[in-house]
Design a binder for this molecule. Structure first.
Ligand SMILES: NC(=O)c1ccc[n+]([C@@H]2O[C@H](COP(=O)([O-])OP(=O)(O)OC[C@H]3O[C@@H](n4cnc5c(N)ncnc54)[C@H](O)[C@@H]3O)[C@@H](O)[C@H]2O)c1
Ligand SMILES: O=C(O)C(=O)C[C@]1(C(=O)O)C=C[C@@H](O)C=C1
Length: 377
């Protein structure tokens, strides 16, 4: 009998994990969701081998159970799982964006003799649902695990090995509270800022529609994530309340300093903060570099036409150039698109450039100004 992985909540993250497990492991992948339509879609798309709206049916005999529902629901599922006859040795994990609260719930499973190890893949999108899921979502991203001091080391290793094999992510272990502090600053606070800014400008726009019409790169680049799922973010912010309050206090101080500098006409202060932040932004570690394997990238401008991505992939395929990933720069929506092409081998990368150029695409590689610009997504 096939070994089984049950995924609870087959949305963007659960669906993407399901695709990865199906593609790169020999586990049978079972989906569970409260939405029957989602289960049907997950089966049609080939994300899961089997789907259920009944939790006991979904998790029976599962070797791994991964909870991928909104953060506010994860504790409820842990409680329900603890009252089901799970397979001996099962490892339960989750993908929630906060970890301290969930890790506390995990003790309920441990008391029943099951293993719980919190997890959080640091990749995603403002899109949601299984229709946006894909097997490459986590490739080269960090994937954090937050075991407790009493967690079984061999279970941590087993889960880590499985996730690495399926997702090609970089697995790291972190303390749950520390994780919440870090992601509070680099993920949760940015979502609050983007959402607040869109709401503020929305108020101005209600009185005068030019605010939205003139919104160009600056506003769009900064606010893509304001289009994220409201329930997911409601749950994340309430779950990470303890970390969010001091982070928001610091942010308000920062904005007050800005306000005061502008008010007193302090050119030096303004220039200095822009200069420091520019250097910090440019010095961010490249997400795609130096992780699992070297990666070579180039970007091309594409017209906003149906089928264009397929044309680029086919063009390279016809010349037997292996692409490892295609990424559409999300913040270019409604404008000419920018496609980032990733290659595993230098030889593929070097052959792709002249082929794309000959087909009329302008290519931008790492060192060009244009790529510096598109990396600001
Ligand atoms: N979206 C991201 O960028 C991202 C990244 C990393 C982690 N996460 C975390 O992953 C989890 C899922 O997020 P997502 O982006 O996949 O959301 P999603 O909305 O795409 O998917 C959630 C899925 O869970 C199902 N669901 C909702 N409530 C449920 C319930 N009570 N019982 C069973 N199924 C239920 C929905 O039908 C949907 O299929 C969240 O905890 C989120 O914090 C999200
Ligand atoms: O790319 C996005 O749209 C995301 O918001 C992804 C993002 C992030 O903030 O980086 C959002 C929440 C997750 O917990 C992890 C990743």
């Amino acid at each position: 009998m096939n070994k089984k992985i049950a995924i609870l909540g087959v949305g963007l993250i659960g669906g993407s994990l399901a695709f990865s497990f199906k593609e790169r492991t020999d586990y049978r992948v079972i989906g569970f969701d409260t939405s029957e339509a989602t289960i049907d879609q997950a089966i049609t798309l080939g994300a899961v081998d089997e789907g259920h709206t009944s939790l006991p049916e979904a998790v029976v005999n599962a070797d791994y159970i991964i909870i991928a529902v909104p953060v506010g629901q994860i504790g409820l599922y842990i409680n329900q799982l603890a009252n089901l006859p799970l397979k001996k040795g099962v490892i339960v994990s989750d993908v929630g964006s906060t970890k301290a609260e969930v890790t506390k719930y995990g003790k309920i499973l441990k008391d029943k003799g099951y293993s719980f190890i919190g997890g959080h893949p640091m990749a995603g999108s403002h899109r949601s649902g299984v229709q946006a899921a894909h097997a490459l979502l986590f490739e080269n991203a960090y994937y954090v695990l937050t075991p407790e001091p009493d967690s079984s080391l061999s279970d941590v290793e087993k889960l880590s090995h499985l996730l690495k094999k399926a997702t090609h992510a970089q697995l790291v272990v972190m303390d749950a509270e520390y994780h919440d502090k870090v992601v509070g600053a680099i993920s949760h606070l940015p979502h609050v800022i983007a959402t607040g800014l869109v709401a503020q400008v929305g108020n101005y726009n209600d009185a005068n529609g030019w605010f939205h019409r003139l919104a160009a790169g600056g506003f769009r680049d900064l606010t893509r994530i304001a289009a994220s799922h409201p329930v997911m973010w409601r749950d994340i912010l309430l779950s990470n309340r303890e970390e969010m309050l001091p982070l928001l206090d610091d942010w308000i101080k920062q904005m007050t300093n800005f306000r005061q500098a502008i008010d007193r006409g302090d050119a030096d202060w303004i220039e200095a903060i822009f200069a420091r932040s520019r250097d910090l932004r440019q010095g961010l570690p490249d997400k795609k570099k130096g992780l699992l394997t070297p990666i070579y990238e180039c970007s091309i401008n594409i017209p906003d036409e149906p089928g264009i991505i397929g044309q680029v992939a086919t063009l390279l395929g016809e010349h037997e150039v292996n692409l490892s990933n295609i990424h559409i720069m999300e913040n270019r929506e409604e404008m000419h698109g920018i496609l980032r092409l990733t290659f595993r081998k230098l030889t593929d990368f070097e052959r792709a450039i002249p082929i794309l150029e000959a087909a009329g695409y302008s290519t931008y590689t790492e060192n060009s100004k244009e790529v510096d610009h598109v990396h600001l997504n």
